[in-house]
Design a protein around this ligand. Structure first.
Ligand code: PXL
Length: 277
């Protein structure tokens, strides 16, 4: 069984973050480990406002010691890191454990909140994580911030940003255009491997039940790489996996709707129903 670890934040509502990662790993049939960097809480009495509470770096270190107790991981994903100390801790484990399949999802802002990570964390991602990334998977906003290009609104902007992220050390760049690319009839993502650009086009779903899509896409890429797919294959399968998850998204409560991580494998049909026995 392939082993995969996610270093990320907790989304108690189960759509994004570490919950999305572990659910996705399970669907791929890889064994999921996790180390929490932060806990995100949402306030229903304040318009579902998000608050990020970081986990102390020492505690992240202890979790990673548990994860790496004598056995290597086949792949690692990083997501929301909480603060720059946690970024440094994750980075030193990547180095010490010589992990090759590292997917960096440079989470800088959550949808539905203006809260952007501290500028120090953005600097930390660039300094520590991008040079260790086998694949980096920013969305358009994150790619714009990391490259200092600002608003990315065209495929040509995405290609420009991908080259900058590659020059910052990431060996493969996947920019998640999703439905944020203006005037596009399709959901377009870009893969750049230092030589070629590949445009991944998919159906654009008219739904608000898409919370967790970004985390799920990156987690699916990570699991695919752990299973031995090459980057192109892993990204394409992940795109199908997340498209299915968005298509079958669920309204969770009056504030948010989530992707359904089990859609691609029809997880809802797997358990025998009690009244069918
Ligand atoms: O989607 C970005 C994201 C990542 N990680 C965690 C989150 C969110 C958004 O809510 O809660 C833990």
């Amino acid at each position: 069984m392939k082993k995969v670890v996610t270093i990320a934040g907790s989304d108690s509502t189960g759509g994004a973050g570490i919950q999305a990662d572990l659910k996705t790993f399970e669907e791929y049939g890889v064994f999921g480990f996790s180390s929490l960097t932060s806990i995100v809480t949402m306030d229903p009495s304040a318009g579902w406002q998000h608050e990020v509470t970081p986990i102390p770096a020492k505690l992240l270190e202890k979790q990673l010691c548990s994860v790496f107790a004598g056995a290597p991981m086949d792949a690692m994903k990083t997501g929301m890191m909480g603060n720059e100390q946690n970024i440094a801790v994750a980075s030193s484990f990547i180095q010490e454990e010589k992990i090759k399949n590292v997917v960096i999802d440079p989470v800088i802002a959550c949808k539905g909140t203006a809260q952007i990570l501290q500028p120090k964390s953005v600097a930390g991602i660039k300094r520590y994580l991008l040079p260790q990334a086998f694949i980096v998977t920013p969305n358009l906003i994150e790619a714009g911030i990391l490259t200092e290009l600002g608003d990315l609104t065209t495929v040509s902007d995405m290609k420009k940003a991908a080259r900058i992220l590659y020059s910052l050390g990431a060996r493969n760049v996947v920019i998640k255009g999703g439905r944020r690319l203006p005037e596009s009839e399709e959901a377009i993502d870009l893969l750049y491997d230092g030589r070629n650009d590949y445009l991944l086009k998919g159906e654009l779903f008219e739904t608000d039940n898409n919370h967790g899509a970004g985390c799920t896409f990156s987690a699916a890429i990570t699991a695919g790489v752990a299973k031995g797919y090459n980057v192109y294959q892993a990204v394409n399968i992940a795109k199908e996996f997340v498209a299915s998850a968005i298509k079958h998204g669920v309204t969770i409560n009056p504030y948010v709707g989530h992707v359904w991580h089990g859609a691609y494998t029809h997880a809802e049909e797997r358990m025998v129903q009690i009244d069918e026995k």
